[in-house]
Design a protein around this ligand. Sequence first.
Ligand SMILES: Cc1ncc(COP(=O)(O)O)c(C=O)c1O
Length: 386
Amino acid sequence: MISPKKYARPAKTIPKGYRTANEFFEYVFNDKDMIWMGQNTNHLHDENEIMDSMMQSIKKRDYNKYPPPEGFPELKELILEDLDLQNEFDILITAGGTESLYLCTNDILDPRDNTITCDPGYLIIDNFASRFGDHVKSVPIYNEECGYKLTPELVRENMDSKTKLVSLVDPLNPLGSSYTKAELKDFADLANDNDIYLLHDITYRDFATDHKLMAKYAPEHTVTVYSFSKIYGMAGMRIGAVIGVPDLIKSIKTIVINDLGTNVVAQRGAIAALRSKKKWLGHIKNTTRSNQDIIKQAVDQVEGAFMPVYPSQGNMMAIDLKNTGVKPLDISEYLLDRKIFTREGSYTSSRFGERYLRVSFSIPPEHVKYFAKCFIEGMGTLKKSV
Ligand SMILES: Cc1ncc(COP(=O)(O)O)c(C=O)c1O
């Protein structure tokens, strides 16, 4: 008999009335009135070149054929150009940042190595790292002292001779904290001096005001994880990439999963997304930023609630509720009844999940205003019952 694996698992709470997480997702996905603030996805793209190119690809029946296995060269070049990493780097197109994370942990870690991540953080990285390495040290970062991020000092305190990988999600899901140039340079020294790899997950990069690439400071010791799910609004298409120096990508290619390549229609959409990026980026970034202000004003009206990181550099943020006495799960269920999908903290933290609600806000401003109203009302109602 094959028994379930013992990997670190995100503590997923199944909302009331559902038997499985999948059943819950089936419900929220199919409800056309549901406001999607639970997965950091982007609902601000209009009918544009991205959609047109995918429609054309389907009409041409591109999908009858397998694509080039490592990705269309045009797409590979456009991503490297987007990052200004054309020269010393190679790239592999994947079915999303998730597959890239899996490939990186699989390729870099040996069974005796350990990994440093942070709590709160993106827990599937801990899960993948624990499949291939020895253990994962998840460093608590939910405090002002470290700026709500995994700092080079914290890594130095927590690493040992078997530390091989440090995960830097930047901007960080769920808090929205991001790194300065000085911090990245410090990480580069740390990685070069100790032969440690830095997993730079830049899924939310384009929402940040000033984002820098780890790959520029420690090229030989960095793997960069790229996603089309957020700023490009293509989460359902499942497409992303992994970028590194040629030796690293060569090694990753020996352990590929999608041996027959990544979704053709998604790749066509991704090419159009990069080609048209200048046209829509400003609008999406600015709307996301001003939506954040609407949420801030609502949070400020609830005594005891606050945002640990403001402004968030991503398109999501945590709202700390600890001092209000209201449980994140209770307010998320209240909001779900009003057709607003958010996420309680336990989805991104094993230690601090009881403290915060995570909301994402790349959605139309009128939906954010509706959230703000329901949040204030809901907190008022729930506070009375604690
Ligand atoms: C930090 C981080 N990395 C990767 C992903 C997954 O990206 P993709 O949809 O490209 O698999 C997410 C999704 O929320 C994320 O928050």
